[in-house]
Write a protein that binds this ligand. Structure first.
Ligand SMILES: [Ca+2]
Ligand SMILES: [Ca+2]
Length: 222
């Protein structure tokens, strides 16, 4: 009986020492030596492109000179997750690389091919009023009659006549010739009196930005 009581006493003393020892350790943990510092890892992840940073706190001295731990500093050097993109890396740090279809190529847009406009220009009439001219008495007159036989309007159409042997050029326009419409006009040439007799080709050009027609006629100078 005496032994049992002794054992119980020893157990009580041991447990009391343990408690006292633990209490003493916790008290020590809250204290620090002014000037010392500690460091720890911080951040959301250390996977993929992410990495932890570090933060520190230092031990400061209070008015009595006793040390106490200051606040932790900001986290420096960490790389947090970002949205996943197609770059061969795990940007959102979930352990998967380029997941979620980020590397699926965008399907090319389907473009409906617009029907190309059809341009038409019919030279329904080209009249050399006098095909044989005495320059002292006559001018050269050319009457043109155009017809738009296409399915699109012709904008800024111009007619030009050029007589290479006389180095003469005349034109009219620009004018709009809507589809299905006619347009008539005349070109006048005051042929110089000293023009050498002979046959001269007249180059007639009917054009706009979309279409061009070239016709040749002849005039004889006597
Ligand atoms: Ca990922
Ligand atoms: Ca990626």
């Amino acid at each position: 009986m005496k032994n049992i009581a002794l054992k119980l006493l020893i157990l009580f003393l041991i447990s009391t020492m343990i408690v006292i020892s633990t209490q003493a350790c916790e008290d020590d943990f809250g204290k620090c030596t002014p000037g010392e510092g500690v460091m720890r890892a911080c951040g959301e992840s250390n996977i993929g492109e992410c990495s932890y940073g570090t933060q520190i706190r230092v031990c400061k001295a209070d008015s009595t000179g006793a040390g106490y731990w200051d606040y932790w500093s900001c986290c420096v050097g960490k790389i947090d997750p970002v949205a996943e993109i197609c770059d061969g890396k795990d940007n959102d740090c979930d352990g998967e690389t380029d997941e979620g279809g980020v590397c699926d190529k965008e399907k090319p847009k389907q473009y409906l091919e617009k029907p190309r406009p059809s341009y038409g220009l019919k030279l329904s009439q080209i009249v050399i009023v006098d095909e044989v001219i005495d320059p002292e008495r006559q001018d050269l007159r050319i009457i043109t009659n155009l017809y738009n036989n296409g399915d699109s309007d012709l904008k800024y159409t111009r007619v030009t006549a050029f007589i290479d042997g006389m180095n003469l050029r005349r034109s009219f326009g620009p004018f709009n010739l809507d589809k299905g419409d006619y347009y008539s006009d005349e070109l006048f040439f005051d042929v110089p009196n000293d023009t050498a007799p002979g046959e001269y080709p007249i180059r007639l050009t009917f054009s706009n930005n979309n279409i061009k027609r070239v016709k040749y006629r002849f005039v004889t100078i006597i």
